[in-house]
Design a protein around this ligand. Sequence first.
Ligand code: HEC
Length: 104
Amino acid sequence: MRAIMIVTGAMALTLAAAVTHAADGEEVYRSGSMPPCSSCHDTGAAGAPKVGDAASWGDSIDADVATLVQSVKDGKGIMPAYEGKNSEEELTAAVNWMLEQSKE
Ligand code: HEC
């Protein structure tokens, strides 16, 4: 009985960690930044790489995550600079989430 409870507890912790990680990136992407990343990257507005469409990313789909996060901090094209609006951790989570959704 005790062993079962320990195993169940460990599973719950693992699950909670996985869910928290996934939720963070998506949350920043959808509503955790201003303007929300989703306002351009859901549709690919104004040439933005579209979430779920690897081809629209061009070479950036294979770029280093830190390089992509730097573009978001500095701004690129019509994308505004997010430096100071969101933490590095939040932006990294959002970019990782976007890549996960976009890579086949
Ligand atoms: C106003 C529209 C807009 C918003 C809002 C926006 N982006 Fe972008 N984003 C773009 C456009 C357009 C590009 C392509 C820029 C270019 O290559 O000229 C881009 C490029 C990118 C890239 C690729 C950068 C590279 O170096 O190739 C990433 C990653 C990215 N955006 C993530 C984000 C994240 C994360 C957010 C929210 C924190 C966000 N974007 C918000 C329009 C937007």
